[in-house]
Design a protein around this ligand. Sequence first.
Ligand code: PGA
Length: 250
Amino acid sequence: MSRKKIIAANWKMYKTPEQSRQFMDEFVPLVAGHTRDEIVICPPFVDIAAVVEKARGTNVEVGGQNLYWEKEGAFTAEVSGEMLVGAECKWVIIGHSERRQYFGETDDTVNRRLKVAAEAGLSPIVCVGEVKEEREAGVTGDVLRRQCSRAFAGISARKAAKMAVAYEPVWAIGTGLTATPEMANEAHQLIRQEAANVFGEEFAQQLRILYGGSVKPENANQLLSQEEIDGALVGGASLKADSFSKIVKW
Ligand code: PGA
């Protein structure tokens, strides 16, 4: 089974629209003609229009970093799936650990967001991962199984067809520490098994599971050449065109 890998940038709260345009002017030529992997950039909401404009007609796709589960209404500062689609986003990140850590995201709210993202026709990237204490306590497997089963609850395989999952061990995010390929493989197998339990074996074999946490040009090849690793979600090293293009070309 060959799964096309996804190399996705999570810019977090970095870059103004002008800085986003500058990045794209540099980045797009560096990856022109690259078709082996799907290339995705998830900028802050206010930069989406700038990135979309530069990405049009190229091999670069755009995503949001979050979305709200209501269609519209009096929900100040929130953004709906329909709005992201209207802004020409194809992707959306859901349940990033920073949302879980700082903004009250729970397995239940991840599930609600996943449902509306699928409904809107977006390709969701659902983030899961254990914190350091959980790994040290030997409960990583339980945590990943719980996060996946709750995120996937009540969604049909057909609705979830465009979903990808990102395994991001929280202790590896922005720390310079990365999971070893063995650790990532083990976690990815577990996530794939959980997807098989919920959506069936065929779905699970097609599901793309990305690794995230201090991916950089120096370790991209080692991680991405693993059979179980179907892409990367990249924070810090995605902010410079040169380094992100090197990861794309792992
Ligand atoms: P990092 O972030 O690459 O800076 O570790 C990854 C992420 O949070 O998605």
